[in-house]
Each structure stands twice: as structure tokens, then as C-alpha cells.
Design a protein around this ligand. Structure first.
Ligand code: HEC
Ligand code: HEC
Length: 393
């Protein structure tokens, strides 16, 4: 740099601190009304840094944003090309910035000629790969459990534990995670399903204007969707960023250590998740960073084996997020919408779990309060068995 640009770089420790990321990864917008007139109020559109502060990561885990997004390597690195005599520097953090937005990376790759993007395909591919790995291996733990059968209803609990250093999903407001739950009878027929996508990758039976958070799911028309939903000045759902005035829903999974006591005003939980006793809580104690969804399956008289499959999908740009954009027209909007129409919109499967051959006992329509205690066989070699047995004891 001294030779070519005449600048002498100086070392400063702040570049390794999370604060370096905060000015951009905290985004507060100035709200406008439906005519575009500023209201004088603001809206916290993205608060990844505040979510991180309100967690165990800064002080207990001692993890910075860089720990996860710019992994440190042990080997010394020559920080310039073509100078074989340069000494290796250490520590060095890879500038991977692995994130979650594979959809746009793929869309830009597919349209790189018309967009004038010169990056090599191999660069896009390496980004897609590290993002996919982050989403699949560092985002969530998923634990499925069969609880009991009672009065023609089978009870399951599905626990999702957030492993990210902030809410999941964090960042841009279109992000969402959808939990799919399917129970199959011994003959392969579906007994119950929730969170199924249609051909456009919208969730079937999704409620209007948006799907609320669920503590219990007992109908196929209900789906657990982790997301932030923005409201405009009239309290109606909006996806126009500048119109956002207050959140209508925010049940994104908090990071572990998250509490309602500090750094909370900018990253609050909003809506039904607030009253859910298993959302970020166990026995009233906050900071668990998890949610437990209770599925109550109407059996309709069925007994025998059930196989349950749980899948968590991540979507950066769900189709409904563009509905309002489609009511406007400009060169940029039209170009983007045509690229979107041709894009691969398949959500990313980030986690799955299954319970095989859960034996649903016969004759459990309870009469006279009698409880039928038929032994339960779960043919799955996992900690789930232990958890179920403990629960039953
Ligand atoms: C000068 C502003 C700025 C700073 C400082 C900054 N970022 Fe970003 N970052 C952005 C913007 C803008 C994007 C979105 C780029 C896009 O998707 O078009 C982004 C994207 C990302 C992504 C990828 C998101 C995705 O969806 O894939 C990650 C991860 C990320 N930043 C992490 C960091 C970390 C960690 C730091 C601190 C070391 C940091 N950023 C500092 C502006 C910034
Ligand atoms: C413990 C690991 C960890 C730490 C610490 C962490 N992140 Fe992340 N980050 C993740 C994971 C995993 C994801 C993917 C899941 C998601 O989108 O929330 C992610 C996603 C992101 C995204 C993508 C969001 C989008 O819109 O697609 C951004 C931006 C980001 N992180 C920035 C940050 C910043 C800034 C910090 C520090 C304030 C930080 N992260 C700290 C693990 C971490």
C-alpha cells in the first residue's frame, strides 16, 4: 500500500470488535405515511447488533461478530499477492462474511451479464457454499419428542434452539423460517401436516394478513413461522420499508441469554410469543434461546405406528413480500420482478428430524377418566428416547 497508494496502514484493535459492525447492522428508518410524508417518527428495521448485545455472546461466550462471520485461522498469511518475500501475518480472519442470503447471490449470479457483474462463477459458488454451511450447521438445534396419547389426540413437542449470536432469522425484514410437521400412518397416508408449501413456495392456508405465533398447533391450517411483520401508520401489514411504523409480530427466535430487561426496546418480542411460556423461557426463567411448539394431533380413531418428520425451512424472500412492490412500476422494479420470476425460489432446508414408528396405543377414547398406559416404543437411537422416558417417569 505504501508503494502503490502512498498510504501506510496502521494497526487498530477496534477492527476486531463487534462495534465495527454496529453502524451498518443497526438500521433505523424514518417512517413515512401512505402518501410518502415523513411522520417524524422512526422504526427499527434491523437491530442485529442490539440483539447480539442482549445475549450471552458478548460477555459469557466471549464471541464477537467476527468469531462467526470472519473465522480466525491459525496459519500465517501473506496479505499481498505476488510478493513471495513477504512475511506471513497472524492472526488472520477470513473475510468470508458467510450470511444467509443465498437467494440474492444466486439471482445475481444468474443475471451477472445483464447486471455487469464481473465476479467469477467460482466466487459466487464459494459464497453459496459457506452460507449453506452456516445455515445448516450453525443456526439451529432441533429436537422432536413424542409426549403422550390422550383422548384420541397424540401430543408431540418440537424444540428449536437458536445457535446464532442474534435473533434467528436476523437482518433484513423479509427473512422467515417455516416449521413443517408431517405425521404419516403406517400405510404411508398423511394423518396430519402443517407448514406445507404451495407451488410458489407460499405456505398453504397461511392466515391473512399474517400468521400469528403459535404455542400449540392442533389444525393443519396453522403453521409456525418465525418472522418480523411490519405495520404501517394505520397498523396494517406492510412490506414497504419506508412505511414501516411499528412491528405487528416479532417471534424470531431470541439468542441465548436474551432478556426483556436490557437492550430490549430496539429488539422486543411482539405479539403472541410474549405470552408463550416456552418461548425463550423455561419455568419463567428467560434466556433459553429456544421455542417449544406443542403439536396436538387429532387421531380420528387411528392407532398403530406413526412416523413424524419435522423440517425447518429458511426463506430470504417469501413471495408475499413482493405483493406491494408489484403494485408499483419503475425500470428497477420491473427488471427485478422479471429476474425474480425466473429465479429458483426453493426455500433452504436447514434442519430436519424424525421420529420413526411411534406406537400410538389402541382405545384411548377416555371413558370414566381411565388412563391407558401402553408401553411406547420409539425405534430411534437418539437422545429423544432418553428425553421421552424421563418425561414419562
Ligand atoms: C459500512 C457498512 C457495513 C459494515 C461496517 C459492516 N457491514 Fe455487513 N453488510 C453491509 C451491507 C450493506 C450488507 C448487505 C449486502 C447485500 O446483501 O447486498 C452486509 C452484509 C453482511 C453479511 C451477509 C448477509 C447475508 O444476508 O448473507 C454479513 C454476514 C455481514 N454483513 C456481517 C458483518 C460483520 C460481521 C461486520 C463487522 C466485522 C460487518 N458486516 C460490517 C454493511 C456493512
Ligand atoms: C454465534 C455465532 C454468531 C455471532 C456471534 C453473530 N452471528 Fe450473525 N449469523 C449467525 C448465523 C448462524 C446466521 C444465519 C442465521 C440468521 O440469519 O440469523 C447469521 C446471520 C447474519 C446475517 C444475515 C442476516 C440476513 O439478513 O440475511 C448478518 C447480517 C449477521 N449475521 C451479522 C452479524 C453481526 C453484525 C453480528 C455481531 C453484532 C453477528 N452477526 C454475530 C451467527 C452469528
Amino acid at each position: 500500500m505504501q508503494l502503490y497508494v502512498g498510504l501506510t496502514p496502521a494497526y487498530s484493535p477496534h477492527i476486531s470488535e463487534s462495534k465495527t459492525c454496529s453502524p451498518c447492522h443497526t438500521l433505523i428508518s424514518n417512517t413515512v405515511d401512505l402518501s410518502g410524508v415523513p411522520t417524524g417518527t422512526t422504526f427499527v428495521e434491523q437491530a442485529t447488533y442490539h440483539e447480539y448485545l442482549n445475549s450471552d455472546y458478548p460477555l459469557v461466550e466471549m464471541a464477537t461478530c467476527q468469531t462467526c462471520h470472519m473465522p480466525k485461522i491459525e496459519d500465517p498469511i501473506k496479505i499481498a499477492n505476488g510478493y513471495t518475500a513477504l512475511p506471513g501475518r497472524t492472526p488472520f480472519n477470513l473475510h468470508t462474511f458467510s450470511g444467509a442470503n443465498n437467494f440474492m447471490v444466486q439471482l445475481i449470479k444468474d443475471n451477472k451479464v445483464s447486471l455487469g457483474v464481473s465476479a467469477l462463477d467460482s466466487r459466487f459458488d464459494s459464497t453459496l457454499k459457506v452460507n449453506t454451511e452456516l445455515l445448516k450447521f450453525q443456526t439451529l438445534d432441533l429436537i422432536s419428542q413424542y409426549d403422550s396419547t390422550w383422548n384420541d389426540t397424540a401430543y408431540f413437542s418440537i424444540q428449536l434452539k437458536n445457535k446464532a449470536g442474534h435473533k434467528f432469522p436476523s437482518g433484513y425484514p423479509s427473512r422467515r423460517a417455516v416449521v413443517q410437521f408431517v405425521a404419516l400412518k403406517a400405510n404411508g397416508d398423511t394423518l396430519f401436516s402443517s407448514g406445507i408449501f404451495d407451488n410458489d413456495f407460499e405456505v398453504q392456508n397461511i392466515a391473512t394478513p399474517f400468521e400469528s405465533h403459535h404455542e400449540f398447533i392442533n389444525s393443519p391450517s396453522q403453521t409456525q413461522i418465525y418472522e418480523m411483520v411490519m405495520g404501517d401508520v394505520n397498523g396494517n401489514k406492510t412490506t414497504v420499508l419506508e412505511r414501516a411504523s411499528a412491528p405487528l409480530k416479532d417471534n424470531r427466535l431470541p439468542p441465548k441469554g436474551f432478556t426483556t430487561l436490557h437492550w430490549y426496546d430496539t429488539c422486543a418480542i411482539v405479539g403472541d410469543a410474549l405470552n408463550d411460556v416456552d418461548f425463550n423461557k423455561t419455568g419463567g426463567i428467560e434466556g433459553k434461546g429456544h421455542d417449544i411448539i406443542h403439536y396436538h394431533l387429532p387421531l380420528g380413531g387411528y392407532s398403530g405406528n406413526l412416523t413424524v418428520e419435522v423440517k425447518v425451512y429458511y426463506q430470504t424472500l417469501p413471495p408475499a413480500f413482493l405483493d406491494e412492490m408489484k403494485t408499483f412500476s419503475s425500470a428497477e422494479i420491473d427488471t427485478f420482478l422479471s429476474m425474480y420470476a425466473n429465479a429458483n425460489k426453493t426455500p433452504i432446508l436447514i434442519k430436519s428430524d424424525s421420529l420413526n414408528n411411534v406406537l400410538i396405543p389402541v382405545g384411548l377414547r377416555i371413558l370414566f377418566g381411565e388412563i391407558n398406559e401402553v408401553p411406547i416404543l420409539i425405534l430411534k437411537a437418539s437422545s429423544t428416547i432418553q428425553a421421552c422416558l424421563q418425561k414419562r417417569n
